[in-house]
Design a protein around this ligand. Structure first.
Ligand code: SAM
Length: 287
């Protein structure tokens, strides 16, 4: 039975090992059993599942995950946490602890070593590298079925917003090209030790087998998206003209925008993913 997850137990473990929190690793440990239960429920873990946990900390959520999953692979960067994890997780025989940076971890190999399982990623993510971690997981095309993570509330809002809203941007489109995001819970700062300065949220991403829109040149589409949101207040025409990453003529840009049937003064933040895909295809076919 999971025994961590309440403030007294966490403090006892931290004191036993004289553990010092490292700000550079974004360490805010969960101390709320209700929230831990919610994350595991949101991740829909069954005894068939191999779970990849990013940043297990002292193993609090790892215990909850190990109760529900076939196996948990827990990747932790901070080597000071490894002896603690070996202690707190000693009664479980279905947990593998890996002392590595998740950005350098070969996820494909982890899956292969586990019979090619489609992994379910679950994490209370370090907030300082949420976006790089999420985008590298998504862009890797590694065998991942879903990603259920605690992140900064503001970032969760950006991931699931659509055209016209002020949170909509490259991150929304980057995430929504690969996955269907769903906000599962809002979590206040007092559920963590130490308390973060921001509100948090649990978001669940179901990874698509194939992207929801077809595009001939994925990389070009993302260059167009970046160019459009680099200068949010400018028109799409100006954003694409001024981009260092693109070298299309002014006339071709005008034609491409007209091909969407939108106003010539449209701003990038008004375009949907399908429209960005159509824009990319226009350039691919006419450049
Ligand atoms: N899962 C624990 C919990 O919920 O209490 C800890 C969550 S804490 C927000 C983030 C964890 O990720 C820390 O244990 C930190 O050391 C670890 N971490 C930070 N950067 C990492 C990286 N690049 N790769 C793997 N783990 C990382």
């Amino acid at each position: 039975m999971a025994n961590l997850g309440n403030p007294q137990e966490t403090i006892a473990v931290l004191q036993k090992y004289n553990f010092q929190f490292q700000k550079k690793f974004g360490q805010n440990f969960l101390i709320d059993p209700h929230v831990l239960g919610k994350i595991v429920e949101a991740a829909q873990i069954t005894k068939e599942d191999v779970v990849l946990e990013i940043g297990p900390g002292i193993g609090t959520m790892t215990q909850y995950l190990a109760e529900s999953a076939k196996k948990v692979i827990a990747v932790e960067i901070d080597r000071n946490l490894i002896p603690i994890l070996k202690d707190t997780l000693r009664y479980y025989d279905n947990i593998e602890i890996v002392n590595e940076d998740i950005l350098k971890t070969d996820i494909e190999a982890l899956s292969a070593a586990n019979g090619g399982a489609k992994l379910k990623v679950v994490a209370n993510l370090p907030y300082y590298i949420t976006t790089p971690i999420m985008m590298s997981l998504l862009e890797s095309h590694a065998p991942i079925a879903s990603i259920t993570v605690m992140i900064q509330k503001e970032v969760a809002d950006r991931m699931q917003s659509g055209p016209g809203s002020k949170e909509y941007g490259s991150l929304s489109l980057g995430v929504q090209y690969y996955a269907k995001p769903e906000l599962m819970a809002n979590v206040p700062p007092n559920c963590f030790i130490p308390r973060p300065n921001v509100g948090s949220a649990v978001i669940h991403l179901s990874i698509y087998d194939a992207p929801p829109v077809a595009v001939k040149d994925e990389k070009l589409m993302f260059r167009l998206i970046r160019a459009s949101f680099n200068q949010r207040r400018k028109t799409l025409q100006n954003g694409l003209n001024n981009s260092q990453e693109l070298s299309f003529s002014k006339d071709l840009i005008t034609e491409a925008i007209a091909s969407l049937g939108v106003s010539p003064t449209v701003r990038g933040e008004q375009l949907s993913l399908a429209q960005f895909a159509a824009l990319a295809d226009y350039f691919t076919e006419h450049a």
